[in-house]
Write a new protein. Structure first.
Length: 122
């Protein structure tokens, strides 16, 4: 079977808006996504991060660069400010090449973001 382009989703939350907290949680999230989907850097096409309005101390992409993903195209955007949404939340979508089928992809939701997408396979 030849590799396909797939999207892998994930999210996490931070307890406080500090560069250290954001870096720790984003690195943990990305490592789990990579491990659970058996991905390496060469499989990554691009990574899109969004953050809620209460995250202002650093870019989530800076955390990805700190773990050696600087050659992967990274971009950050602001999450919509919807009433009742999860605060201090960082979401991510990785575009990857993989042998996994769409139904075999493991999406990863950590910390306060665990219930965001109960409809997705874990």
């Amino acid at each position: 079977m030849s590799p396909s382009v797939r999207a892998v989703r994930g999210a996490t939350t931070v307890d406080q808006d500090t560069p250290e907290s954001i870096t720790e949680r984003v690195v943990t999230l990305l490592r789990q996504i990579l491990e659970r989907n058996e991905l390496v850097e060469d499989d990554l096409i691009s990574i899109l991060f969004t953050a809620t309005e209460d995250i202002v101390s650093t870019f989530p992409a800076t955390a990805a660069r700190s773990m050696g993903l600087g050659a992967v195209p990274l971009i950050c955007a602001r999450e919509l400010a919807i009433a009742g949404s999860v605060p201090h939340c960082i979401r991510v979508m990785l575009h990857v090449t993989t042998q996994l089928s769409r139904h075999e992809i493991h999406h990863v939701y950590l910390e306060g973001a665990q219930g965001l997408r109960d409809d997705l396979p874990d």
